[in-house]
Design a protein around this ligand. Sequence first.
Ligand SMILES: *Cc1c(COP(=O)(O)O)cnc(C)c1O
Length: 482
Amino acid sequence: MEKMLNQFSIDSQIVIAALKEYLAQSSSGQGPAISQRPAEELIQTLDLQRHLTAGDLTGDVLQRFVGDYLRETTRLHHPGFLAHQVAAPHPTGALGSLIDGLTNNAMAIYEMGPAATSIEYFMINWMLQKTGWRTVETARQLDPNSDHAGGALTHGGSLANLTALLAARGAKVPDFWQHGNPGNLVVLVPEQSHYSLKRAVAMLGIGEANCLRICADSAGRIDPRGLARQVVDLQQQGRRCFAIAANACGTAAGLYDPLHAVADICQEHNIWLHVDAAHGGGALVSRRLRHLIDGIERADSVVWDAHKMLCTPTLCAAVLVRQHQHLDGAFEQEASYLLHDKEQPGFDFISRTVECTKAGLGLKLFMTLAGLGEAGLESHVDRLVETARRAATLIAAQDDFEVAIEPETNIICFRSGESDAEQLEIRSALLNKGNFYISSTEYRGARWLRLVFMNHQTTLDTIEELLEEIREIRSGLAVPSS
Ligand SMILES: *Cc1c(COP(=O)(O)O)cnc(C)c1O
């Protein structure tokens, strides 16, 4: 025992020291943002089989392994990391991951993690308040006659989207639990929506062909007039649209759909409104950006990822519903309250999630927020968006670059050169060099380079350097004169 404790003390210091060095270097732009050696080579370099057999991962050996591992990471704290909507996590939040890993309080039920469950409950209420919904004290949490809001944390926004659509079907088509889906169900999703929505509809057994795209305006946002016509057309065909999803914001270009107009249509036709705010929910913590997401309070369900704009380590996503009963109704028709029918000091989340065993997700979010402070979180979000908007202005001012649309949040689509193929070649050349890691996307029928601003090390200077590197790449590409 004594030996194990000593070893833990020494080894954890080794790991923390290595991480500190890593954080310092990545943040100051050292090491590539990305470098992808072949998997087979890495398995060799990291000496995986030998460590597995020897069971020797302690002391100097551990130190070497951690060093090797960190060298081969994609560096999210690096100023050149501009590729994906994943937080460069706050170190205090990362300590939450460590605490959760060691204590392993798999808190699907209260008794398996009273502190973890209480924190999840507390953070859900924090998110519900930001959404503009009613919270309630724990004792009345399960009162079926109360119409307060509710929610749960899940392992990611994709699972949260699935859960939200399950809740929608439970509420609008309650008979499905016994008898399966009627054959005429339809879900409408925005043109720019994340693939997990379509996938969720297919998983619900409704059929991918019945997940229809909503008419979009020229920027790709939901066109409310087109949507209203679509709903009426579907009704006339005898098809039943029970849920409509709106983006806040969309994945490709980061645009917010007009939530009030969509909510009006849902209200008129008794359709469930789901708002996918996995990324753009960040606007809920910012007084400057809150207007972008106005109307979210009229949704029936909302998905909001903390591991995107809220600086929290993966994974930590929330599925929130305006009326708490609907979340339990997602998984059971009547009996859900029986699960809770025992005397206990806290609340079991198990009936509200696909997962049974669940990590202490709330701890990571809480520790991130408590490390930053609420004001710190607000300025984090504000600064990311501000930098992106200024970068877009800078890029648009260049003769040899084009910006797809003025950004509303921390996502920019831009391109240089004529062809779609060229954009992919540019991206691939950038990644090979490793100074910048960016993504690309289809948006309104063309291929764009895409930047997502996730950390404060990225400045306008970084973007100037990126543009220079793209110019160099382009001059090196054998561009045939057409
Ligand atoms: C990221 C994202 C998702 C998926 O969330 P994961 O946590 O990656 O599973 C869903 N919808 C939108 C709009 C997103 O940005």
